[in-house]
Design a protein around this ligand. Structure first.
Ligand SMILES: [Zn+2]
Length: 277
């Protein structure tokens, strides 16, 4: 039997998965690059092909967005849109590991795109150097299979949540301040899913507490962002059990992890009226 080579017709064939997603057969290079994933029976060829066919929207190229984007790209998520209006600053480099010292002054999303391209050139990265408002966020969420929130303020968090509720997109939320982190999955494809506002109602929170004032432990952002990436990959592949319905709390000072149950709030102003919209 003749050895198959990239460029052979067999390599460009596509097929439909049971749920209608179009999957493309991997090249030899991809089979090697992702071989340690493919070896896992919970992922296999189909799981990896699902990642390659997926589009993730990442809000923020900072402390959380850095590990999120690095792992999504290295793991082979085919398209990543990353949005951030800031430029790289010296004070970012302690934890925002997608950026380099020579990138100081550059738009964060361009710096991030360059790093991601050096890790995995086949991933298509859309770098949006802008501060997106509610309408723009909804537009960006529309085209994504999953949304990862690495933003640092409640206005953006709630805007992302509203868009995900309206468009029924899975949302992987993360937060990190001082030594305390949180991770949650709101899988809005399920009718009974809680949303971010069920747990943190709009207007009920105290003021934003930015890292610039409160400080943040560098590896905590790596822990939380890596957990977000792990959950996103599982959601995209339909593998395992995600954090949906639970909120994971990370205490990095004592290194304690605990999860608490979260439920949909029937009185939530964001998601309770979804059915009659
Ligand atoms: Zn809600």
């Amino acid at each position: 039997m003749r050895e198959r080579r990239p460029g052979d017709r067999a390599f460009s064939r596509t097929r439909r998965a049971k749920d209608g997603i179009t999957l493309s057969a991997m090249t030899d290079e991809q089979l090697l690059r992702y071989s340690r994933h493919i070896l896992l029976p919970e992922i296999g060829i189909e799981g990896q092909e699902r990642l390659l066919a997926s589009h993730a929207f990442v809000m923020g190229a900072g402390g959380l967005g850095s590990p999120v984007a690095l792992y999504l790209a290295s793991a082979g998520v085919g398209r990543i849109t990353i949005c951030d209006g800031d430029r790289v600053d010296l004070t970012n480099l302690q934890r925002q590991i997608v950026h380099r010292t020579e990138s100081i002054g550059q738009e964060k999303v361009l710096s991030a795109r360059a790093t991601l391209a050096s890790i995995n050139p086949s991933v298509k990265v859309a770098a949006l150097a802008e501060r997106a408002d509610g309408a723009r966020i909804e537009e960006l969420v529309t085209g994504a299979d999953i949304v990862l929130d690495g933003s640092d303020n409640f206005v953006t968090r709630h805007a992302i949540n509203r868009a995900c509720v309206r468009l029924r997109k899975p949302l992987v939320s993360g937060a990190a301040i001082r030594f305390d982190g949180q991770v949650a999955v709101f899988d809005m494809r399920a009718e009974d899913a809680a949303c971010y506002a069920c747990i943190f109602p709009e207007g009920a929170e105290s003021e934003d507490m930015p890292c610039a004032i409160m400080g943040v432990f560098a590896p905590l952002t790596g822990i939380v962002g890596s957990l977000q990436a792990a959950e996103a990959l599982k959601v995209l592949m339909g593998t395992g059990e995600t954090l949906a319905g639970r909120l994971l709390l990370v205490d990095a000072l004592r290194m304690q992890l605990r999860t608490i149950r979260v439920r949909k709030d029937p009185a939530c102003v964001v998601c309770s009226a979804r059915g009659i919209q």
